[in-house]
Design a protein around this ligand. Structure first.
Ligand code: CO8
Length: 258
């Protein structure tokens, strides 16, 4: 399907979505968010795709929600349309594993979008921030909640109250990103990691993702209970037999479910 604001391709078992509004630093217009949702629907439905990478340009992953588009919205406009959270949550709702590959600015809604992925790989040029306060509003797509869980109250509070940006090194120290890679290698490395995940047993990968996500949504004791139930259920999948047999027989596993 041709899109106006994103590029979509598959590289082997990896779906790669590139945000593509370079003149606006990939500002997240309503059309872009809609098209991103459509692309994710299609990649989730495509059985040949085992993992998804979302990236932007060298200069910007995304510089936020489109300020020019929303500047004249009234309270009634945003309230009635439930602006814009329902559509934005699509990335967070993916069942397949997702990686945000971030170079340059990931600001406001851009930072929020990156945090909806399962993990963030950052280029050494990446800059993260929630600068909404400097334009008279606050994060509206999970920023105050997800950032606080990633980096803790003190840093999240400082960033949301002052709009200060975090560079890649600070983001890695704070646990916002899993790793930093040179900007020139970012997309290739993200695709390599996604491919590695896509070549594993798909149901077991999805179960591992569910179990880690439980840590964000429940108490420790409930999370441990969820993990144990999911762990037990892997023993109902042929791939657990295959993986353990392959280990014992000193060979590579041949996964049944990909
Ligand atoms: N919206 C619309 N246009 C943008 C945005 C944006 N967020 N960011 C940049 N642009 C446009 C600029 O207006 C400019 O367009 P033009 O050439 O027509 O003037 C073009 O992109 C290039 O930008 P700059 O000239 O400003 O580039 P610089 O390199 O000088 O500066 C910055 C880069 C620092 C990233 C700067 O552009 C900037 O500060 N951008 C705004 C950052 C920001 O405040 N983001 C938060 C937006 S609010 C938000 O995200 C709320 C989320 C709430 C979520 C609700 C669900 C949607």
């Amino acid at each position: 399907m041709p899109y106006e604001t994103i590029l979509v391709e598959t590289r082997g078992p990896v779906g790669l979505v590139t945000l593509n509004r370079p003149k606006a630093l990939n500002a997240l217009s309503d059309l872009l968010v809609t098209e991103l949702g459509q692309a994710l629907d299609a990649l989730e439905a495509d059985d040949s795709v085992g993992a998804i990478v979302v990236t932007g340009s060298e200069k910007a992953f995304a510089a936020g929600a489109d300020i020019k588009e929303m500047q004249n919205f009234s309270y009634m406009d945003v309230y009635k349309a439930n602006f814009i959270t329902a559509k934005w949550e699509r990335l967070a709702k993916c069942r397949k594993p997702t990686i945000a590959a971030v170079a340059g600015y990931a600001l406001g809604g851009g930072c929020e979008l990156a945090m909806m992925a399962d993990f963030i790989l950052a280029a050494d040029t990446a800059k993260f921030g929630q600068p909404e306060i400097t334009i008279g509003t606050i994060p509206g797509a999970g920023g105050t909640q997800r950032l606080t869980r990633f980096v803790g109250k003190s840093k999240a509070m400082e960033m949301c109250l002052t709009g200060r940006l975090m560079d890649a090194a600070e983001a890695e120290r704070a646990g916002l990103v899993s790793r930093i890679v040179p900007a020139a290698d970012l997309v290739d490395e993200a695709v390599r990691v996604a491919e590695k995940i896509a070549k594993l047993s798909r149901p077991v990968v999805m179960m591992a993702k569910d179990a880690v996500n439980a840590a964000y949504e429940t108490t420790m004791s409930e999370g441990i209970r969820v993990e144990r139930r999911i762990f037990h259920s892997t023993f109902a999948i042929e791939d657990q037999k295959e993986g353990m047999a392959a280990f014992a027989e000193k060979r590579q596993p041949d996964w049944k479910h990909r």
